[in-house]
Design a protein around this ligand. Structure first.
Ligand SMILES: [Zn+2]
Length: 209
């Protein structure tokens, strides 16, 4: 074992706690010495002040970053803006699910797979995969007409990409996914429209995270 093994997460928590409680470097090493003498030391026996100084430096840097993040998370203006941003993203997801796509269910017994749709009047009908792709394509066009292009391209899509399963993303968004995996795309859109929170960042929200 090296003379200065790396601290475990548990040791870090312990040292950080002592630092925050106002112990100076010598006090902390004295704690190690006392625990060592009593046979209660669970960590490597540290005797070098440099070890404590390193931990102090890490903790200060982490605290600064953490404070900034916490401030943003609870700032009421940012909270409100984030809500509005998420609401707008959710409404784009909803718009892509227009024309009954929100109700689509996979008929797993069929080969090739068919999809059952329920219309506004509660009546069922069936679509195949190409129909789903075409309908998504139509919805995409009408969504582009309804929302600003830049919002869809630079805000909605990065958030959507952050949510799509990796194997779907490989298809290349829009053409690939719409044509090859329409049901999987609908599934993700439906989740986002309902959940109304979004992973990933875009130019609008990148500083709120
Ligand atoms: Zn965003």
């Amino acid at each position: 074992m090296s003379r200065n093994p790396k601290p475990t997460a548990e040791e870090l928590r312990c040292v950080y706690d002592l630092i925050l409680r106002g112990y100076d470097d010598a006090d902390i090493l004295a704690e190690y010495a006392q625990l060592y003498e009593n046979g209660n030391l669970m960590f490597p026996y540290r005797t070098d002040k440099r070890f404590v100084r390193e931990r102090r430096k890490e903790l200060e840097a982490a605290s600064e970053v953490l404070q900034e993040h916490v401030k943003k998370k609870i700032d009421p203006i940012v909270v409100k803006r984030r809500e509005e941003h998420f609401a707008q993203l959710a409404s784009v997801a909803k718009s892509l699910l227009a024309n009954d796509l929100e109700s689509v269910l996979e008929k797993q017994t069929e080969t090739p797979v068919d999809y059952t749709i329920t219309n506004q009047e509660g009546l069922f009908y069936t679509l195949d995969k190409d129909d789903l792709s075409n309908r998504l394509d139509d919805n995409l066009q009408s969504t582009f007409d309804k929302y600003k292009d830049w919002f869809i391209k630079f805000c909605f899509i990065p958030h959507l990409e952050a949510e799509l399963p990796t194997e779907i993303k490989a298809e290349g968004l829009w053409d690939g996914v719409i044509n090859e995996k329409p049901y999987e795309l609908i599934h993700t859109l439906r989740l986002l429209a309902e959940r109304k929170t979004f992973n990933g960042t875009c130019p609008v929200c990148k500083d709120w995270r």
